[in-house]
Ligand binder design. Structure first.
Ligand code: PMP
Length: 397
């Protein structure tokens, strides 16, 4: 039976919902998924790196050996053996992280939302890097903070600039490794200074680290959470080292905070899929990532180098860019008079796409910046796309 609506609903959205905005990147991605476009816009990992066979095997093993448990509801904080594995991974340089500090989340994006929910009131001051990860700005914005930008330079966040904006701040959100969007990393000295500064100020420090394992050269840098497990909140993710489609991340936080996050998680979605967590535990427990991650590093490292070489060849000398040693992004600063939004319109017409830098700024944006991702584009197409962008930029000078 079909019931009529004589009184059609006039949707009254909450003030919070009225403020929600679609991520600019997701909007661009709709345009750039057309196959003829050379897209440097996506933040997607390369599907060439997804260990499909190993995952298939793990699903089979888990469903065969523990299907009834895997398909049942599970605990809010997560699958205990996986939390234990993560706690061991994070216990570096003498620091002891206990499994009780780990909360499994549906992607690390959910950890951002939960952190916003339990730490931010309307008007709370939240310190962020300039520029910062757009998805974090978006997640925190729902809770209506006052964002204050902490200065960054060519070497990332400048710890000395924190004091000037720290008064009353609830948290500092940082991305120490191959930052999204700039690709920059903090030196060991700056990490120590950052952790010390936050400890002195009694300021919770978030260390968002989805890219730390993707270092092309040398060993991964020390984690700040291991320097001060009582003051640093670490966020990790399986999206960039295994696959993003499984939506599995985690947060490691001091015990009083992790209990609050757990309550917020319970209200949000009860728990992260038990089957997924058991499968990932099966995959990682015997060291699979130790063989797998080097293959990702090699692919991304080669494509990053191809892009850096193409930038040197085709971009005008007035442009500057970062030289990442890991991760997925290069950040370009164009001469001041060029607006990257205008450039994007022209670039799309010429079948090349990127993300303009402006949406990555919490406050005043530098409109002459842009983010390039090299991970899903083969080297010949990288050269072709960068040559086109270079020509367009030169024509705008
Ligand atoms: N933090 C940063 C810095 C990211 O770049 C991303 C994904 N692009 C996330 C968090 C969220 O990742 P996920 O939810 O897939 O773990």
């Amino acid at each position: 039976m079909k019931i009529e609506n004589p009184n059609p609903i006039e949707w009254r959205f909450s003030e919070r919902a009225q403020q929600l905005q679609s991520s600019f990147i997701r909007e661009i991605l709709k345009i750039t998924q057309r196959p003829e476009i050379i897209s440097f816009a996506g933040g997607l990992p390369s599907p060439a790196t997804f260990p499909v066979e190993r995952m298939k095997q793990a699903y089979d093993t888990v469903l065969t050996s523990a299907g009834k448990v895997a398909l049942q509801y599970g605990p809010t904080d997560g699958f205990p053996p996986l939390r234990e594995w993560i706690a061991n991974q994070l216990s570096q340089n003498g620091a002891k992280i206990v499994p009780e500090q780990i909360l499994m989340t549906s992607g690390s994006q959910q950890a951002l939302d939960l952190l916003g929910k339990v730490l931010i009131d309307e008007g709370s001051r939240v310190l962020v890097e300039t520029p910062s990860y757009l998805g974090a700005l978006q997640a925190f914005s729902v809770y209506r903070p006052e964002f204050k930008s902490v200065q960054t330079d060519d070497h990332g966040l400048v710890p000395k600039s924190i004091d000037a904006v720290a008064e009353g701040a609830r948290l500092l959100y940082s991305l120490p490794n191959f930052q999204n969007p700039t690709g920059r990393s903090l030196s060991v000295e700056r990490r120590v200074e950052l952790v010390e500064t936050c400890a002195r100020l009694g300021l919770p420090l978030i260390e968002d680290d989805p890219y730390g394992a993707l270092s092309y050269k040398g060993e991964p840098m020390p984690k700040m959470v291991a320097m001060n497990p009582d003051g640093v909140i670490y966020m990790g993710s399986f999206s960039k080292v295994l696959t993003p489609g499984i939506r599995l991340g985690y947060v490691c936080a001091p015990l009083p905070l992790v209990r609050r996050l757990e309550l917020a998680k319970q209200a949000a979605d009860l728990h992260t899929a038990q089957l997924t967590q058991m499968v990932v535990h099966d995959v990682v427990k015997d060291g699979f990532l130790d063989q797998h991650i080097p293959t990702i590093r090699e692919l991304y490292g080669n494509q990053c180098q191809a892009m850096l070489d193409a930038l040197t060849e085709h971009f005008p000398s007035e442009a500057h860019w970062t030289r990442p040693e890991g991760g997925m992004f290069i950040w370009v600063t164009l001469p001041k008079q060029i607006n990257a939004m205008t450039l994007l319109d022209q670039a799309i017409a010429a079948k090349v796409a990127f993300v303009p830098g402006a949406p990555f700024y919490a406050n005043e944006a530098e409109t002459n910046t842009l983010r390039l991702s090299f991970v899903t584009v083969p080297p010949e197409r990288i050269r072709e796309g960068i040559a086109i962008l270079g020509q367009l930029i030169k024509a705008m000078l």
